[in-house]
Design a protein around this ligand. Structure first.
Ligand SMILES: *[C@@H]1O[C@H](CO)[C@@H](O)[C@H](O)[C@H]1NC(C)=O
Ligand SMILES: *[C@@H]1O[C@H](CO)[C@@H](O)[C@H](O)[C@H]1NC(C)=O
Ligand SMILES: *[C@@H]1O[C@H](CO)[C@@H](O)[C@H](O)[C@H]1NC(C)=O
Ligand SMILES: *[C@@H]1O[C@H](CO)[C@@H](O)[C@H](O)[C@H]1NC(C)=O
Ligand SMILES: *[C@@H]1O[C@H](CO)[C@@H](O)[C@H](O)[C@H]1NC(C)=O
Ligand SMILES: *[C@@H]1O[C@H](CO)[C@@H](O)[C@H](O)[C@H]1NC(C)=O
Ligand SMILES: *[C@@H]1O[C@H](CO)[C@@H](O)[C@H](O)[C@H]1NC(C)=O
Ligand SMILES: *[C@@H]1O[C@H](CO)[C@@H](O)[C@H](O)[C@H]1NC(C)=O
Length: 824
């Protein structure tokens, strides 16, 4: 990863050209204090139709057809929320911040919210308190009536401005494509006499800084500084540092003509350190610089921003190393090339497909490559030559679909992330679960580093050595989660002692180290985590361990109460329920925490509550046993009852597209031999909840969880982590192919009689009637094997408009479940 050959520092510096993209325009009357920003960099344009043109000329014959030569051109980063310009998995995600309440990416497309600055670090659509958003830069074309240094409104509330226009089309969509916002830019209006720039050291998204400091070099204008900031979703704090350099674009600005530190609303000329101006009780501080304007009247100033979690010196070194020559174009081109190569590994044939779906696909895929972020060289906690990844926010969100998608096309990054996770386990005792800027954050459910490592190992164990992933250390890391209870299981690991003795998490046992909540959802998630460990044990030939963890993965049955019925619907029988240590159940209404909960509970993370469930209801968690759906069908009374229950969940609105535990429900009809219904429900889910508008996501993106989910649905696939099977439906494209740089294969799924996609997701010639792999009839219409990816197969689908298709008639037509023979 990274510009050039350096994987470690490429993510650490952002190049900001204060020249071309953010247009500052002083409005009419002199009494207006602030200029108005017309923020070109913030538009939601998807352009570059060249891909489509090429595509329609291409014939879908070779399995390695390139249909979208520049896949990055199909990305709209403003889908849902947004995150900032970056390279794949880059640490620096430069982006615009607004004063919108509750916008976790810093940015809000709604033009009623003010711009407060352009900051360097962001996450991708997380919950918790607004994370990161550190080190904002902000330009002033004029300051006050007298346009003096001292009149500049340096605080966030003083300087904030409305965007000049709602976000609209760009004059030059290519160079302003949001992917480049890491090199986004500003333009001072012609005739600006005192172009000024604020560097804000203290205001992160939570305004949480303490222990801040800033120094500036009056000769060069270099600003260095840092502070301690609060983590977003946990009790820890972290230090971050920055180093900002300026340069005229196409001319020499020389030394700043005015400079000074500011504290609150007081910029003090000719000071060079926060210590000269800083009052302890004023929480906002930074630098203000004035540059000489360009003699031709159009001022362009480039800013290069380095960031580090170690020191300001290292922030400078990162910037100098990554962007030595301030070359805006080169930086932009290198970042763009990286994105196009990465996204282009998945090719779709757009013929007869609504371009909206192509854009939605690549925009979703793009968001799966933001988190976790490569902080290699920036780990403040210990030194190691292993990669260091951070921004796991949280594995609970991403293990289901993000990492399985990465397994299909980006195993090299996947391997580096796995190495980083193992390294964290070796230093901290347990795998990371939820983490931001080195801070351990709250655990939502199980220890879901386990399915992530297992997903990698089950698919890539033959390549583990070549990818420098140590199998023994990987297995030891899994065992630590499974067997060792940490002192604080709210921040890492699991509540393993009681899990091992009772086989479920009881509702009435209070143990030090974590909240006595989420007992049922943790039970079903611990069970799945143990399943994934059993899968790794099997690969390693550890037969006894494989059996042991497969056995433990059946523990979900310990919280199944066969006698609980749905209120008013007595034929829906059997639910996951909280249970006491003595074995008795504590009845909980199956609607608890659903949209129809009579008590309007929410089941979010909250120490005050004692709900057995997390971000889901008994009715949705009673569907969550991905590794043994056959057993679930049996518990729920057989195929017909199971289908009836699934239909009830959708028809009554219990399916919750915003929360991950619901994600696989649309595909569950597969296991009852009704894959057409899965195709239907999954397509209705896309139609209802996903599009390329700024609100085109249900809830947050959750670090790419939603992006990867949508990408799988559009690809006509759904993964089961840590297995070699992938559920199959029909792609939205006549052909989709996955190029894998480690397996050196391209795997293609082609619908031989593709006939478009119904816009509302209902009906259409989209149901899989039969499947051939490499020319031979395949055993199932419901799943494919990982072999198809290692072999580089051509998978041909015959589609029909008959929703009543089945998985096939053979013995091995249904997708596997543990209790019907497992995953061998
Ligand atoms: C890492 O190594 C550097 C250089 O030897 C040292 O200054 C620093 O304290 C070390 N960091 C940690 C966290 O041990
Ligand atoms: C369900 O009811 C049956 C019959 O009354 C009883 O034998 C069984 O123990 C009950 N199961 C649970 C979990 O309460
Ligand atoms: C039993 O469940 C209810 C919610 O249905 C909860 O309020 C109560 O605290 C639980 N009882 C115990 C002892 O945990
Ligand atoms: C996009 O999806 C959201 C829900 O996620 C929905 O509210 C909105 O109406 C959709 N917009 C369009 C243009 O379909
Ligand atoms: C894939 O190709 C690369 C470069 O050609 C080669 O080094 C590598 O060994 C190949 N891997 C496999 C699994 O064939
Ligand atoms: C979906 O669209 C098709 C035709 O485009 C129409 O026949 C059908 O009634 C629609 N279904 C729903 C649920 O809106
Ligand atoms: C993959 O190739 C192997 C060996 O050629 C073959 O036995 C297997 O059936 C293939 N699998 C698929 C899914 O095509
Ligand atoms: C699918 O099956 C249902 C009931 O079994 C039937 O009513 C319907 O007509 C069938 N649809 C088609 C297209 O055959």
């Amino acid at each position: 990863m990274g510009v050039g050959a350096s994987p470690s520092t490429s993510a650490l510096a952002a190049m900001l050209s204060l020249g071309t993209k953010v247009v500052l325009g002083a409005v009419g009357v002199a009494s207006v204090l602030s200029p108005v920003l017309g923020v070109e960099a913030s538009t939601s344009v998807v352009v570059a139709t060249s891909g489509v043109t090429t595509a329609s000329a291409a014939q879908p014959s070779a399995s390695s057809s390139v249909f979208i030569p520049d896949a990055a051109s199909r990305v709209n980063v403003f889908v849902g929320t947004t995150n900032g310009a970056t390279i794949p998995h880059g640490m620096v995600k430069a982006g615009m911040d607004t004063d919108s309440p509750g916008n976790h990416a810093g940015y809000d497309a709604d033009p009623q919210y003010h711009v407060t600055g352009f900051s360097q670090l962001h996450d991708d659509g997380t919950g918790g308190s607004i994370p990161l958003s550190n080190f904002k830069l902000f330009p002033f074309a004029t300051c006050g009536k007298g346009n003096t240094f001292e009149e500049c409104q340096t605080t966030m509330s003083g300087r904030k401005v409305l965007r000049k226009e709602p976000l609209t089309m760009q004059e030059n969509p290519d160079t302003s494509h949001p992917i480049y916002r890491r090199v986004f830019a500003y333009t001072f209006p012609a005739g600006t006499t005192s172009p000024r720039i604020v560097v804000d050291i203290t205001n992160d998204g939570q305004k949480s800084s303490t222990d801040s400091h800033m120094d500036l070099d009056e000769k060069t204008g270099r600003v260095t500084g840092g502070a301690q900031f609060a983590g977003s979703f946990g009790p820890g704090r972290y230090y971050a540092y920055t180093c900002v350099d300026f340069k005229g674009e196409g001319y020499d600005t020389g030394a700043p003509t005015e400079y000074g530190a500011w504290s609150g609303t007081y910029p003090v000329k000719n000071t060079v350190s926060s210590q000269q101006v800083f009052f302890g009780f004023v929480p906002e501080m930074g630098a203000l610089l004035t540059f000489s304007p360009n003699s031709n009247g159009a001022t362009s100033i480039l800013a290069r921003v380095g960031v580090s979690l170690i020191s300001a010196d290292q922030a400078c070194a990162n910037a100098e190393k990554e962007i030595p020559d301030f070359d805006f174009e080169k930086t932009r081109a290198a970042s763009r090339a990286q994105w196009s190569e990465l996204l282009g590994r998945i090719q779709v044939n757009p013929q007869d497909v609504d371009p909206e779906f192509v854009d939605l696909f690549y925009s979703s895929l793009y968001r799966t490559h933001l988190s976790p972020a490569d902080y290699t060289g920036e780990n403040p906690l210990w030194n190691s030559s292993e990669p260091y990844y951070d921004s796991f926010y949280c594995n609970w969100d991403t293990y289901r679909t993000l990492f399985p998608l990465m397994a299909l096309h980006d195993p090299t990054t996947f391997a580096r992330i796995v190495r980083g996770m193992i390294n964290i386990q070796q230093h901290e005792g347990w795998l990371p679960e939820c983490r931001g800027a080195s801070v351990k954050q709250w655990i939502q459910g199980g220890s879901h580093g386990d399915p992530i490592l297992a997903e990698f190992f089950v698919k890539y164990h033959d390549h583990a050595n070549a990818l420098s992933v140590p199998a023994d250390a990987l297995y030891n890391a899994l065992l630590a989660d499974a067997e060792r209870q940490p002192p604080n299981w709210n921040l890492q690991g699991r509540q393993t002692n009681i899990w091992k003795s009772l086989g479920y998490i009881p509702q009435d046992v209070f143990e030090r180290g974590g909240g006595n909540t989420r007992q049922v959802s943790r039970t079903v998630e611990y069970a799945f985590d143990d399943f994934t460990i059993s899968q790794v044990a099997k690969v390693l030939g550890k037969t006894a361990d494989g059996k042991k963890y497969a056995q433990r993965s059946q523990n979900f049955q310990n919280v199944w109460n066969e006698n609980v019925t749905f209120p008013g619907q007595t034929d829906i029988v059997g639910f996951m329920q909280p249970r006491f240590a003595n074995g008795q159940f504590n009845y909980t209404d199956p609607r608890h925490c659903s949209i129809h909960d009579p008590t309007s509970s929410t089941c979010f993370l909250n120490a005050q509550r004692h709900d057995g469930f997390y971000e889901g209801s008994p009715i949705t968690y009673s569907q969550y046993v991905p590794h043994d759906t056959a057993k679930l069908i049996e518990l729920q009374g057989g195929n017909d009852q199971f289908i009836k229950r699934l239909d009830f969940i959708f028809d009554q609105g219990y399916f919750d597209s915003t929360d991950e535990p619901s994600q696989q429900i649309p595909f569950m009809y597969h296991y009852a031999n009704r894959p057409g219904l899965s195709t239907q429900r999954s397509r209705q889910t896309i139609a209802q909840f996903f599009n390329t508008s700024t609100n085109g996501l249900p809830g947050n993106d959750d670090s790419g969880a939603m992006g990867s989910y949508a990408a799988f649905y559009l690809a006509g696939l759904y993964p089961l982590p840590a297995t070699r099977q992938i559920l199959l439906s029909s792609p939205y494209f006549p052909e989709i192919s996955f190029q894998n740089p480690i397996l050196n294969t391209t795997t293609t799924i082609r619908s031989t009689n593709f006939n478009g996609n119904p816009a509302n997701g209902t009906g259409g010639q989209v149901f899989v009637e039969s499947v051939k792999i490499d020319g031979k009839p395949w055993q199932s219409n419901c799943f494919i094997e990982w072999d198809a990816f290692t072999n580089g197969s051509l998978i041909e689908l015959q589609l029909t408009d008959n929703v009543n298709v089945t998985c096939g008639s053979g013995q091995n037509a249904l997708p596997p479940s543990l209790s019907t023979g497992g995953y061998d």
